[in-house]
Design a protein. Sequence first.
Length: 375
Amino acid sequence: MAKIGITCYPTVGGSGVIATELGKLLAEQGHKIHFITSQVPFRLNRVYPNIFYHEVEVSNYPVFQHPPYDLSLANKMAEVIDREELDILHVHYAMPHAVLAILAKQMCNRDVKIVTTLHGTDITVLGIDSTLKRMIRFGIEQSDRVTAVSHSLVEQTREQLDTSKDIDVIYNFVDEREYYRIQTPTLKEEYGIKEHEKVIIHISNFRKVKRVDDVIRVFAEIVEKIPSKLVLVGDGPEYSNCYHLVKKLELEDHVLFLGKQENVSELLAISDLKLLLSEKESFGLVLLEAMSCGVPCIGTNIGGIPEVIQHGVTGYIGELGDVTGISRLAVELLSDEVKVKQFSKDAESLVHEKFASRAIVEQYEQLYDQVMGHE
Ligand code: GMT
């Protein structure tokens, strides 16, 4: 069994979710897991006997113009590597975690192996920022092993960082014990949604890249043909713009703004269709969460989304920004009960086959074994 350190962004966000869920499942397999983060990861919501949490403390010495969080993290990583005799330090999100892990490795007294997982915006946005690019590439190239959450992200990393480093694709997963089709017989009514109305859901952090305005415009065309409600879950910089757009399109009675929600599987249980119309998306973990709950999805032909949705089987892939084309696909699907049932069944099966949590965790375990020289 390995002793594994995990660093991630502990707040809401797909990379933090995956890092935390991976830590939990690895701990269930008997590994010792040490989270090294600025806060307790938000999904670490109960006591696990072989999971430990090491908080990064940042010095506030008045001479510093900016608190040196990054350096304090590297210092903490080195301290935990030595004290807990870590075999592996697995960092999620390259910027700045990969380069800090390399620094920590140089500061400690063990031949700890560094594994870096790329999640998306660390490459697709920050990787093209000239103030960060060289540092991100260095962190990736110096890591012992690098994984990415989709083939598309591997290609983008190669192109944007101009690196030939080997990158393994290990897809994301969900804990199927949490994401399944639960029975919520009264929830629809409690939200004031009529039994015959279809529910279309979008979940995101409402950043510009998520194109939530496209979701609203697509819904505006759907609701003209099919009695339905749009449920918007999450919060972020575009939230108030979305609010205004809903008002402008006179959709106030049809759109529910729910803000951040914890028990998303209950909301997915009342949903008929999920929309993710982003312009950048290395994977789209929310699609997997929906599919695991039997909700068909429509996504854009962007990044890793076509690796997650099987077009015509578990949902549809539309062109970025093609509001009319996407709403046509949605209306066609929602008008065909038999098709919705089949897509829903196939979505669940796909999660259990291609993205099964046990198989994905095994891929990480195999990679750890290889990097530790056990294979
Ligand atoms: O964009 C987000 O929603 C947050 C971001 C993150 O870093 O947590 O998500 C990225 O990582 C997720 C987990 O691997 C992926 O499912 C998301 O597609 C990816 N986001 C982007 O590529 C924009």
